[in-house]
Design a protein around this ligand. Sequence first.
Ligand SMILES: Cc1cc2nc3c(=O)[nH]c(=O)nc-3n(C[C@H](O)[C@H](O)[C@H](O)COP(=O)(O)OP(=O)(O)OC[C@H]3O[C@@H](n4cnc5c(N)ncnc54)[C@H](O)[C@@H]3O)c2cc1C
Length: 68
Amino acid sequence: MARVGTLPQGGCGLRVAIVGTGIAGNMAAYKLRDGFDVTVFEAAGYIGGHTNTIDVEEEDRTVAAATW
Ligand SMILES: Cc1cc2nc3c(=O)[nH]c(=O)nc-3n(C[C@H](O)[C@H](O)[C@H](O)COP(=O)(O)OP(=O)(O)OC[C@H]3O[C@@H](n4cnc5c(N)ncnc54)[C@H](O)[C@@H]3O)c2cc1C
């Protein structure tokens, strides 16, 4: 498997499809943004995948909670 850092840079003309906008897809899109024609596909109605931590107010504090 090639490391992203070893891919050719500088507009080599390759078109790249990234499926999913979780942290993996978002990071891949970010790393490939210069030099590649990137299209991102997402099945859900929002970006971010399962990373969806929300703030929950308790009596006198705010707690970060994962949403399962
Ligand atoms: C049920 C669950 C809940 C979680 N909740 C939290 C939380 O609240 N906070 C937190 O910090 N971490 C949470 N995590 C951990 C978090 O998901 C991972 O640490 C990390 O976000 C995984 O990133 P990922 O990009 O690999 O996958 P994911 O975040 O799962 O992203 C995958 C993306 O690909 C999309 N996708 C899948 N198939 C297709 C397709 N065929 N076409 C188009 N798009 C597609 C999905 O809709 C999704 O947006 C949770 C994990 C799970 C399993």
